[in-house]
Structures are given as structure tokens and as C-alpha cells.
Design a protein around this ligand. Structure first.
Ligand code: AMP
Ligand code: ZN
Length: 468
């Protein structure tokens, strides 16, 4: 399996630190608003990477944070007249809803920066003790960038060039030793959320948060660290400097970065105002279409968002879904059960599409080619199945199609709609159980309905129900 590593700018064979296991840290969003579809790209891409590792039999420990303390969150809180905590909690909940609708699985752990302050204080103290950081008189703590000899290795920047660029914009009165130094801890301003520290009441810088959360949940050294390509510099470069100076080992073996989602060939971003939220798109399309659209390009390529491309993605996805439904129909109406010898040969031919799919995914997660392999399987299934096919044959083909789609997070098995009459029947049974004082059964039915997404309410007028 090959992965393009930003660190070496080349595709490398993936060798896990611990056999059979993969640790992945993905920088998550800053939560001050609904996420836009640019933010959804890394979520979808790295969720697919995780699914493919699992498909290959790896145990994946996948950690992705929420940045819940930040200037933008504080600004949004002031504008609305609420606390920063209220803003971040609200948008974490909204983000989780979007992730679920995009079929992005929850991480093994979603740490929050504000709950990890102790770890940050510890790492900053270690860096100060080792001479890699220093506090200044206003209570700020800076990282001493030049103390890390390998600074620039991820973004392939030369530290002297960086310094030359910085000199011209050096602000007078700056307490830094060097313009390249960056903030680890900053003193609070009036009305801002803050924590006590030996240096000042204040809050952490953004970069230290990820170094600490990655260390706590995945250890000093991890397999893969990922995010959008805008994070390469300075965020990931600074994370490397902090983590490697603190822990004394290489931080991440592989660095993966997704390309930008663009609109009219400009990066989609909140600051440019040229964005659509995931919620906007959900009004027009099933979000499976958005997921399919994102995976139709290689994750490192820039991807331009347009109505035409979304329509093309919708048509492509429909072809796959229709094929699965057609196979279902043939299975339910099949006249024979067992494979014919001709069907047996066809099934072994169909295995070629799985091989093609795996070859594409093994080559730095080339989902575009993997999707082409799925289309080939669809074409093959459409051409070689009919009313006369055996049940085993169509079910085997269907299984293959569902399996390959599932790794991409594309759902072909539609959940059965719960019918009103089934709900009413269960409610009637629960009422009868209650009458007989069989409260255990009554509670069981309530839980059963809850699992189906139905919430019961006992009112004076009787039992009412609603979909959760
Ligand atoms: P932010 O909330 O800006 O910190 O971004 C959260 C994640 O979304 C980061 O991994 C960013 O690199 C990524 N991201 C933001 N905008 C885009 C975009 N237009 N295309 C792809 N990734 C993006
Ligand atoms: Zn990060």
C-alpha cells in the first residue's frame, strides 16, 4: 500500500509502527459556524482512508479534534451576546449532524481543546525547561523556532528565507526574540475565556492543542497525521517542532494533505465568503451525492465545485444504486437457487473488478479509479444478469457491489422505512401489556420503538408518538 507523504514529497510503502494497527490524527474544524463543504472534504477523504485500512484488516485508532477556543469563536460569541462555550457546543452538535448525514463515522475520540488544557501546560513547561520555549513579561510564551534544527522539513521551506520574509513585517514593541517564534500561550484579553497558568491567565495557541491531543490519545509517535493542504504551513510545521522537541522522537511517519475544494477556481473559505454549507447542499441533494462527488477526484487534486459536476455525481451514484436494486429484484424473484457453471465462471471474472479497485486504493487512495472499477462491475452485472439468473449468482454480485461501495462510505442498502401501522401495532401491544401490569414488556416495546427512531409520549389524551 502506497501513501504520498508530504514530508518526503513521494509515494512511500506504508509500514505501520505496530503491526496490524494504524494511528491517525486529523485536524478538525474550528467550531464557530456551520461547516462548509470545503471543511467536509478532509472529513470524507480521511474517513474513507480509515474505512479502507479497516477493510484491509487493520485496527484503526482515529482521533480528530474540535478547536473550541479561538478568536473567531470569541468574536461570534460577542456578536450574539452569548458565551464562547455556547457557540462551540452548538456548532459541535451541528457538525456531528452533518458528519452523520455524510456517513462520516465518529472518530474513536473527538477531543476538545478546552478539556485538554492541563496537557498543554505540561508540554509548554517541558519546552521551556528544555530551552525550546520562553515566557516574556506580558505573560505570553513563545516557541524558540530556531532551536529546532529541522524546522521547515514538512513544508520544504528554508528557515533563512522565512526569516527574510518576516523581517519586513516585524512589529515594533514585539517581545519575541525572533520574528519566526510563534505563540504557545497568550494572556487573556478582557471578557475572553481563560485558564490559570504559571505565566498568565490566558489560553493556548492553536498549534500546541493538536500536539497535545495527538500525544495524549495516540502516543508520542503516530502513523498518519492529516488535514487540508492549507495546514502544512505553519500549523503542521509548528506541531512537528513542538512535538519533536518535547518528545524526542519523530512525530508522524506519514503526512497526508487533501487538496482544496474550489469554486470558480478559488479556494472555498469562510473569509472569502464564497462557500456553501453542508446544510445548504442537503436542501438540494442527498448528501450521499456530495460524498460521491468528493471521492470522484483524487484527494490531492484540487476539485472545483459546480452544479454540473454535482449532477454528474448524482447520475453516477444512481447507476450504482439502480444496479443494486435491480439485483435485489432478481434475487427476490429468482426461479433457481444454485449457481450454473457458466455463472461460476462469471463470478470469478467479476473478482477482477475487486482487484482493480484494491489496486487503485493501494495506490495512494485513488478513489477516482476505484469508482471506475465499481462502474465496470455495474456494467458487468447489468449485462450478465436477468430473470433467469440464479439467486446465488445475483446475491454474490450484489454483495461485491455493496462491499466496495461501503468502503467509500456509499450506502446501497436503504434502511426499511418504518410504517405507521407497524408503530401503531406495537403501541397497542404496549398498552395491553401495561393493562396486564407487564411493565417489563411495556418498557421493552418503548425501547424497541426508540431504536426505530420513534419517541413515545404518555399524555392525558393517550399515547402520542413522533419520529426522533
Ligand atoms: P478550519 O475550520 O478552517 O480549521 O478547517 C478545518 C479543515 O478543513 C482543515 O483540515 C482545512 O484544511 C480544511 N479545509 C478548509 N477549507 C477547505 C477547502 N476549501 N478545501 C479543502 N479543505 C478545506
Ligand atoms: Zn491541528
Amino acid at each position: 500500500m502506497k501513501i504520498f507523504n508530504t514530508l518526503t514529497r513521494s509515494k512511500e510503502e506504508f509500514v505501520p509502527i505496530e503491526e496490524g494497527k494504524v494511528s491517525i490524527y486529523v485536524c478538525g474544524p474550528t467550531v464557530y459556524n456551520l461547516i462548509h463543504i470545503g471543511n467536509a472534504r478532509p472529513m470524507i477523504v480521511f474517513d474513507t482512508v480509515r474505512r479502507y485500512f479497516e477493510y484491509k484488516g487493520y485496527e484503526v485508532n482515529y482521533v480528530s479534534n474540535f478547536t473550541d477556543v479561538d478568536d473567531k469563536i470569541i468574536k461570534a460569541a460577542i456578536e450574539e451576546g452569548v458565551t464562547a462555550d455556547e457557540i462551540s457546543k452548538r456548532y459541535i452538535a451541528e457538525c456531528k449532524k452533518d458528519m452523520e448525514a455524510l456517513n462520516v463515522r465518529p472518530a474513536t475520540k473527538h477531543p476538545l481543546a478546552t478539556e485538554e488544557i492541563d496537557g498543554m501546560l505540561q508540554m509548554i513547561s517541558t519546552l521551556i525547561n528544555k530551552g525550546n520555549a520562553y515566557p516574556v513579561k506580558d505573560g505570553t510564551v513563545y516557541f524558540r523556532t530556531r532551536s529546532f534544527k529541522e524546522y521547515g522539513k514538512l513544508s520544504h521551506k528554508n528557515i533563512d528565507d522565512l526569516e527574510a520574509g518576516h523581517r519586513s513585517i516585524k512589529v515594533s514593541g514585539d517581545l519575541k526574540e525572533d520574528p519566526l517564534d510563534f505563540v504557545l500561550w497568550k494572556p487573556k484579553k478582557e471578557g475572553e475565556p481563560s485558564w490559570q497558568s504559571p505565566w498568565s491567565d490566558g489560553r493556548p495557541g492553536w498549534h500546541i492543542e493538536c500536539s497535545v491531543m495527538s500525544k495524549k490519545y495516540l502516543g508520542d509517535q503516530i502513523d498518519i497525521h492529516a488535514g487540508g493542504e492549507d495546514l502544512v504551513f505553519p500549523h503542521h510545521e509548528n506541531e512537528i517542532a513542538q512535538s519533536e522537541c518535547c518528545n524526542g522522537v519523530e512525530f508522524a511517519k506519514y503526512w497526508m494533505h487533501n487538496g482544496f475544494l474550489k469554486i470558480n477556481n478559488e479556494k472555498m473559505s469562510k473569509s472569502l465568503g464564497n462557500f456553501f454549507t453542508v446544510r445548504d447542499i442537503s436542501e438540494k441533494y442527498d448528501l450521499q451525492v456530495l460524498r460521491f462527488f468528493m471521492l470522484s477526484a483524487h484527494y490531492r487534486s484540487p476539485l472545483n465545485f459546480s452544479d454540473d459536476l454535482m449532477e454528474a455525481a448524482k447520475n453516477g451514484l444512481d447507476r450504482i444504486v439502480n444496479c443494486a436494486e435491480q439485483l435485489n429484484y432478481y434475487a427476490e424473484n429468482a426461479k433457481t437457487e444454485d449457481l450454473t457453471s457458466e455463472e461460476e465462471t462469471l463470478l470469478s471474472e467479476a473478482k477482477e473488478f475487486v482487484k482493480k479497485y484494491e489496486a487503485a486504493m493501494d495506490d495512494d487512495f485513488n478513489t477516482a479509479d476505484a469508482i471506475s472499477a465499481i462502474f465496470e462491475l455495474v456494467k458487468f452485472a447489468n449485462q450478465n444478469t436477468s430473470d433467469d439468473s440464479s439467486k446465488t449468482f445475483v446475491l454474490e454480485l450484489r454483495k461485491e457491489l455493496v462491499m466496495l461501495s461501503d468502503v467509500l462510505g456509499i450506502i446501497l442498502e436503504k434502511e426499511k422505512e418504518v410504517l405507521d401501522e407497524d408503530i401503531e401495532a406495537l403501541i397497542a401491544e404496549r398498552q395491553a401489556a401495561r393493562k396486564e401490569k407487564n411493565f417489563q414488556r411495556a418498557d421493552e416495546i418503548r425501547d424497541e420503538l426508540l431504536n426505530m427512531g420513534i419517541v413515545l409520549e404518555d399524555t392525558r389524551e393517550g399515547v402520542k408518538w413522533k419520529r426522533a
